[in-house]
Ligand binder design. Structure first.
Ligand SMILES: Cc1cc2nc3c(=O)[nH]c(=O)nc-3n(C[C@H](O)[C@H](O)[C@H](O)COP(=O)(O)OP(=O)(O)OC[C@H]3O[C@@H](n4cnc5c(N)ncnc54)[C@H](O)[C@@H]3O)c2cc1C
Length: 383
């Protein structure tokens, strides 16, 4: 008998789809991961291949080039990447950007960007964070000044931007009215190719997620047309950002749980094979108890995360619950992966071992997508 970790939201079609995703990952992503980690990004080709196979923008309607599925299709992709500690292709951010277009863009903006994003021709990034403004988004200093002809000039700098190096389209959070707080914020669409005044700074050197590009971006008098204002009216940026938070936070919860599953399975295999004092490490009571505790946490977590997935698909996931998924998922992931690593002994500290990379990669889950302290703020407002 083995423990049943099946998802309540999956079905035969989704499991067939999962097989396709796994095949893509094992042939196109996994073999190149070490090289991508050395280089600091995955390159463009893998995005185009994923696009050609219909694995990008899976929950975007077919009318805009997407696959017409729902969040469960996205979740399958995040899970299979996370359980193999493959963080290079930040498809989550790409999809989040696609959702900004879908939920807030004008019809022309949807038509212009979504099909190319679904084909993997344009990689998406969202640039909110600045050297002086992270959690406190209202403090952003990047400005977009409206010109007489309705166009805008953007000045400012951003940091920690996922997909920043590879991005073909960046959503830039900027102030259109510095006298206002939230109501003074707007989002601009910047196409990066041949864009005068746009510069990608360093691909930042991180302690984990080495294959994922995280960059500084500079906007030095970047000139964009009136059509580059997401949704077409100023002052909507903050509300646009808030509206999509449950979706973004659940992605972190889903990938956290899949990472735990991947770490658990790898540890189980390892301790059954590794011997000490004349017997497999798996036979020590401490090992069995640790793995029993971990399996329990995964099973309990599965019930909660699955419920969140179902609620999101039904359009009922609220911000506080999504914040709990992010908070609980990332905190539990940290503890579980740490305990798995311990069971690998010294090998667990070696980067060539997946559990070591999971340990380093997982730390940021408590920081990005809104820090866990901010999650507690959000949850406490709903008490
Ligand atoms: C690998 C990586 C990828 C990222 N990708 C992106 C991206 O694609 N786009 C993007 O825009 N940003 C991105 N970020 C930025 C990320 O979202 C921010 O780092 C995060 O929101 C925290 O902001 P900060 O780093 O400025 O920390 P700060 O806001 O300066 O926070 C410092 C500490 O203070 C705490 N704190 C702040 N406010 C409060 C409060 N009200 N109550 C209690 N504690 C508080 C925080 O929780 C934290 O512990 C990324 C970051 C990393 C590391």
């Amino acid at each position: 008998m083995s423990i049943d970790f099946r998802r309540s939201w999956s079905d035969d079609d989704l499991e067939l789809y999962r097989d396709n995703v796994v095949r893509f990952i094992e042939t196109e992503v996994l073999p190149h991961d070490e090289e991508a980690r050395r280089r600091g990004h995955v390159g463009h080709e893998v995005w185009r291949k994923a696009g050609a196979l219909g694995l990008l923008c899976t929950d975007i309607p077919e009318a805009y080039g997407g696959a017409g599925g729902d969040f469960r299709h996205e979740a399958v992709f995040y899970e299979e990447m996370a359980r193999r500690a493959l963080s290079g292709m930040a498809n989550s951010v790409h999809t989040i950007v696609a959702h900004y277009f879908l939920n807030h863009g004008t019809e022309a903006q949807k038509q212009r960007y979504l099909p190319r994003m679904a084909r993997g021709e344009l990689v998406g990034a969202i640039a909110m964070t600045e050297p002086g403004a992270g959690s406190d988004l209202q403090a952003v200093r990047t400005r977009a000044e409206r010109q007489g002809d309705g166009s805008y000039r953007i000045h400012g700098s951003k940091t920690f931007i996922t997909n920043g190096f590879l991005a073909g389209v960046v959503l830039v959070v900027a102030k259109t009215d510095t006298s206002q707080g939230a109501k003074g914020i707007s989002i601009f669409i910047v196409e990066t190719e041949n864009c005068a005044g746009y510069r990608v700074g360093r691909v930042l050197d991180k302690i984990g997620m080495k294959a994922q590009d995280t960059s500084e971006l500079f906007f030095d008098d970047v000139h964009v047309s009136e059509d580059a204002l997401l949704g077409g009216s100023e002052g909507q940026g903050f509300f646009q950002l808030m509206g999509d938070l449950p979706y973004e936070r659940l992605i972190i919860g889903v990938s956290a749980l899949a990472t735990m599953e991947g770490a658990y399975q790898a540890t189980l295999d390892y301790v059954r094979d590794r011997r000490a004092f004349g017997k497999p490490v798996a036979e020590f009571q401490n090992t069995k108890f640790k793995l029993a505790e971990i399996a329990t946490q995964i099973k309990v977590g599965r019930a909660f995360i699955d419920r969140c997935v179902e609620d999101l698909v039904a359009g009922k996931l609220d911000t506080a619950t999504a914040s709990m998924a992010k908070l609980w998922g990332s905190e539990t992931q940290g503890r579980v992966v740490d305990e798995c690593l311990q069971l690998f002994g010294g090998y667990g500290f070696m980067s060539e071992y997946m559990v070591a990379r999971m340990y380093a990669d997982g730390r940021v889950q408590r920081i990005f997508g809104g820090t866990n302290e901010i999650m507690k703020e959000v949850i406490s407002r709903a008490l």
